[in-house]
Write a new protein. Structure first.
Length: 384
């Protein structure tokens, strides 16, 4: 099939005109726009790439190539687009528009964030607030925003991605400080919810997948080609926390041992993870993508803390479990089946022991048992 030309794009009549490799020009009367068609997880999807008047043929081909590359990595561009989209905030009338939480946040961002941050970080800063704070709260005048409203907005996020929620709260705290300094608010509700937000998370049980469903879940993740699938697979096999996986460096891996520095652990000593054959095989698959990060993001940087959570949504498992909840699945399996002593299970989960003498003993005594436990868990995950 002959490919399109720039001249032909402007003259073609109504219809769907293919440029090849999934790129189409849709013509309806005076409207001409680009669409890229792709298939993922057995489903066909179309994603718009822009109007012809704004996106020329060459640019559309580049956009299609970029989108095609994401699909090869197991990323659904439509899901990614939905996550990155800033929620619509209706316009307020009169002087209220200039005093809304959203307006003051954007004003603070333009004055104090954009001038000193990189373009990428500045964009992430404002997007995080606009994404995760409820629209009805963003639309309110800043002096009328209540602490309870912010808590209700951020608590679900804190339950699943505490680091992101913490950053959003800190950013809002800076905005309210700015508003108080300029007489636009008299209190700082973002500061007031610090302790309540943390307590609510600590008292909340994470959604955890029943361990009987783990083999089916593992099979789904294992067959997905995305880098986020490899990090989630490794997290499941090692019973590690999200931050430990995202920050994993090749310098920490030696043979079949992963030594996690104590700075990233909820304990005073480094955490030794004995890698099963399945876990080691995951590392073999991701070697060469980055010299630093074990599970890099799309541009070779540290993987986003949303990556594994997004993957759960894309694979259809998010209603059943959180990423952190997979640790509970491991713990329940190990304790209910009696495959290992409770102390060994706790050691694999890197739960800190208050008694320093007992903690030192446990580190030395449980090496063989921890290795056997994680090997048995890997076999169970794989359906053996």
């Amino acid at each position: 099939m002959a490919r399109l030309t720039a001249a032909a794009c402007k003259k073609l009549g109504d219809g769907k005109h293919s440029d090849g490799d999934g790129l189409y020009l849709i013509v309806r009367g005076e409207h001409r726009s680009w669409v890229f068609r792709y298939s993922i997880n057995g489903k066909k999807r179309d994603i718009g790439l822009g109007k012809l008047s704004l996106v020329g043929l060459a640019e559309a081909r580049r956009a299609a190539a970029d989108t095609r590359a994401k699909v090869r990595q197991g990323v659904d561009p439509l899901v990614e687009k939905k996550i990155e989209r800033v929620p619509p905030v209706k316009k307020l009338e009169g002087s209220d528009a200039k005093k809304s939480l959203l307006a003051i946040t954007r004003k603070y961002h333009a004055r104090f964030v954009e001038p000193v941050r990189t373009t990428k970080h500045a964009r992430q800063w404002i997007r995080s607030v606009e994404q995760h704070v409820a629209c009805k709260v963003l639309e309110k005048q800043i002096d009328r925003v209540q602490a309870g409203e912010l808590l209700d907005s951020l608590q679900p996020l804190y339950s699943e991605i505490p680091e992101t929620a913490r950053r959003v709260r800190q950013r809002l705290e800076a905005v309210f400080d700015y508003a108080m300094l300029h007489g636009l608010a008299t209190t700082n509700p973002a500061s007031a919810i610090t302790r309540s937000l943390r307590q609510r998370r600590n008292n909340k049980h994470f959604r955890a997948l029943p361990y009987a469903e783990i083999p089916a879940f593992f099979k789904t993740v294992h067959e997905c080609p995305a880098m986020s699938a490899r990090s989630l697979e490794f997290l499941l096999l090692t019973a590690a926390r999200t931050e430990e996986i995202l920050s994993a460096r090749w310098s920490e891996v030696s043979g079949n041992v992963w030594l996690v520095p104590h700075e990233r652990m909820k304990m005073p000593e480094p955490h030794v993870v004995h890698l099963s054959d399945h876990a080691a095989a995951v590392l073999d698959k991701v070697r060469g993508f980055s010299d630093v990060w074990v599970f890099p993001g799309a541009k070779g940087e540290q993987q986003s803390n949303m990556a594994m959570l997004t993957l759960l949504s894309r694979l259809g498992w998010r209603e059943k479990t959180t990423v952190h909840g997979l640790r509970a699945s491991f713990s329940t399996w190990a304790n209910e089946t009696g495959v290992a002593r409770p102390d060994v299970v706790e050691a694999c989960l890197a739960h800190s022991e208050d008694d320093r003498v007992r903690r030192a003993y446990n580190r030395a005594a449980f090496i063989a048992e921890r290795r056997r436990l994680l090997a048995a868990w890997a076999l169970y995950c794989a359906g053996v």
